[in-house]
Design a protein around this ligand. Structure first.
Ligand SMILES: C[S@@+](CC[C@H](N)C(=O)[O-])C[C@H]1O[C@@H](n2cnc3c(N)ncnc32)[C@H](O)[C@@H]1O
Length: 201
């Protein structure tokens, strides 16, 4: 079983989520970092310069996608204060033991003019509830995830000293039907299965 990997559904979800993230990608100049880069598919498609992940195997894939990689944990980023123009998380906060610590570190390394972008699967969506149920049933990836509601994500961002500046949403369709193409919606749509939240220090 894969993490939404190579299936037609996985490809469609990737395309929809990418379209949702694109309008809010932190602009350069200056390096932008994806924390929890995995295989690097989002970092490469979004043109991010640097990436980090604790896991060695996916980092090799990310490096193959011409994304500079660093092995490390989001709780202790090996970068100086205010050194990044952007920090991006894509479905990573729910896999971290202490997501608030990751946001605190992201805030620390962001320049004052920088932007944070977090792509999340809210628990208060049919998609979030489905992944959570799959995790409870022993799904090899989702069993280690802890999904949060949209309001909890907002509170965590502001708790880290960040101000939310924008949102886009996708997957307003139910996960049970045949998945279809969908435009990204400007704003945080209640019940959407994927929401991109942009914030600044
Ligand atoms: C679901 S994957 C997402 C990967 C990639 N962002 C994507 O969407 O294709 C979650 C990633 O978060 C990473 N991760 C888990 N805990 C982390 C932590 N404490 N700091 C940084 N990354 C972490 C995992 O190793 C994994 O690669």
């Amino acid at each position: 079983m894969t993490y939404r990997g190579i299936s037609a559904l996985g490809r469609l979800l990737f395309a929809l989520e990418l379209a949702c993230l694109r309008p809010l990608v932190p602009p350069g100049p200056g390096p932008r970092l994806e924390v929890g880069v995995g295989s690097g598919r989002f970092a490469a498609a979004l043109g991010l310069e640097v990436s980090l992940d604790p896991a060695r195997a996916p980092l090799r894939l990310a490096a193959g996608r011409a994304v500079a990689v660093v092995q490390g944990a989001g709780e202790q980023l090996p970068f100086g204060d205010g050194t990044f123009a952007g920090v991006v998380f894509v479905v990573t906060l729910c896999f971290a033991d202490d997501p608030a610590a990751l946001l605190g570190e992201a805030r620390r390394i962001l320049a004052l003019s920088g932007r944070l972008l977090a792509g999340v699967v809210p628990l208060d969506s049919a998609w979030g509830r489905r992944y959570e149920a799959q995790g409870r049933a022993g799904h090899p990836f989702y069993q280690s995830a802890r999904f949060l509601t949209l309001a909890e994500h907002r509170r965590m961002l502001t708790g880290a000293g960040l101000t939310i500046t924008g949102a886009y949403s996708t997957l307003t369709q139910a996960p049970s039907g045949e998945p279809v193409e969908e435009e990204a919606h400007d704003g945080a749509v209640p019940g959407a299965g994927f929401v991109a939240l942009q914030a600044r220090p």
